[in-house]
Design a binder for this molecule. Structure first.
Ligand code: PLP
Length: 416
């Protein structure tokens, strides 16, 4: 605790401009920012600029960035090809209120990756994508109950115990225990419209669902007529064909977002053609089905479509595998370092591929987690405050080695 106190004091002393920015912002923005996930004690670092794998704060300090915009920053900052696409779009007019050829092209690049997606629609965030997927499955099944899971996070208004801000849309939710077949079985019923699950919980702490659990949900959906929705907003970065491809399990619908928009605001929901054709005014949907509306001024906005198309060329199976390997190395070597220092029962490094989570076993108040956060900052490394490292294409072997050295130093210092 004494160590924690001195780390916080040092943080305050070395970041006067961030503190000042926070105090000013608080006067007008409740909490001093407009993303609750960025709330931080004593105040968050204010970032001035970023390039490749690094961010620079308003206090002029440069950090190796492992936040990677909560996984959306898959390409590193200001990737030249994405920047070029956005700069080009500026010159062709960007508030068109019209169909362009870009959206169908983008849809094809996504369809090529995810075999379960026969048709797709775009929106502006992962939250929106999940709300639409839920509404779509309710319309399709004419049922209202949705099965979700403990610690699941599907957006600001669809949060089931991941983080402490629960502001949920009114809905008929049944909450199963994540990755636990026995404790979920009793919730499977014929009144379920949908089963909504993350193949790996991200905000919930990088907890990977077993293949058995996901297959159980596939069978449960088949038996009850519920729509199985995989939220791959984060996990689609872990395999070229998503975790659905990795496991060989085909959901009825998939929600996407984050990096697939090239770092710009993005969401998408798609899946079986018979479900998605509810949105098609020219389709011969059955007489008892209604035509569904999905509008949105910015659904096909030119900047996102352009950035996403450029990004789709950069996302290759090889690059995904390369950073998954970097993540594996961080986990293996990091756990070894922690173990050798006699710290193995306190800190476990978990996750899957490029999504790395720090799990502190005996740390109810988050003191130890904060000590790691502030010690790593002092070493010029910025991780996610709640204890995660998201790898991106700007990360290299050398940067990972540097991070492992810093981790070893931190453990040494924290142990005193
Ligand atoms: N689904 C998952 C699994 C997420 O992790 C997130 C965001 O963190 C969302 C949905 C919501 O996406 P957005 O922040 O774009 O609304």
């Amino acid at each position: 605790a004494a160590h924690h106190f001195s780390l916080v004091q040092e943080f305050i002393r070395s970041n006067p401009q961030s503190q000042e920015a926070f105090q000013q912002a608080q006067l007008i923005l409740p909490g001093g920012n407009t993303r609750s996930v960025l709330n931080a004690t004593p105040f968050p670092l204010s970032i001035e600029s970023a390039q490749d794998a690094f961010v620079t704060s308003v206090d002029g300090k440069r950090y190796l960035d492992f936040v990677s915009d909560f996984s959306a920053g898959l390409f590193g900052h200001s990737h030249p090809e994405i920047s070029h696409a956005v700069e080009t779009a500026v010159n062709y007019g960007f508030s068109l209120g019209a169909v362009t050829r870009k959206e169908a092209k983008l849809a094809s690049t996504i369809q090529e990756r995810f075999v379960s997606i026969e048709q797709i629609r775009f929106c502006n965030s992962g939250t929106e994508a999940n709300i639409y997927a839920i509404a779509t499955s309710m319309a399709f099944t004419k049922r209202s109950k949705i099965l979700v899971f403990s610690h699941g996070y599907h957006g600001g208004v669809l949060s089931f115990g991941a983080g402490n801000q629960a502001l949920n849309i009114p809905h008929d939710f049944a909450i199963g225990v994540f990755d636990n077949i026995e404790k979920t079985r009793s919730l499977i019923s014929r009144d379920l419209a949908a089963i909504l699950v993350e193949p790996m919980q991200s905000a919930g702490g990088m907890r990977v669902a077993s293949r058995e659990f996901l297959s159980f949900l596939r069978t449960a959906a088949d038996e009850t007529g519920a729509i199985l929705i995989f939220d791959e907003v984060v996990t689609s970065r872990l395999h070229y064909n998503g975790l659905q491809g990795y496991h060989g399990i085909k959901p009825d619908m998939t929600t996407l977002g984050k990096y697939l928009g090239g770092g710009l605001p993005f969401g998408a929901f798609g899946g079986r053609e018979d479900i998605m054709s509810q949105f098609n005014p020219t389709s011969s949907i059955s007489s008892e089905s209604k035509l569904l509306q999905h509008s949105g001024t910015f659904n096909n906005n030119v900047f996102t479509m352009s950035a996403a198309l450029a990004a789709s060329k950069i996302v290759t199976p090889e690059e995904i595998q390369r950073i998954n390997n970097l993540g594996d190395r961080l986990r293996e070597r990091g756990n070894q370092i922690s173990h050798e220092a006699g710290f193995g029962s306190e800190l476990m490094i978990i996750g899957f591929g490029s999504c790395v989570g720090l799990y502190f076993a005996n740390d109810p108040d988050g003191i130890l987690r904060d000590c790691f956060y502030f010690s790593l900052l002092r070493a010029g490394i910025m991780i996610g405050r709640r204890g995660f490292l998201m790898l991106n294409f700007a990360h290299t072997d050398v940067l990972i080695e540097r991070t492992l050295v810093a981790l070893q130093d931190c453990i040494g210092v924290i142990q005193g």
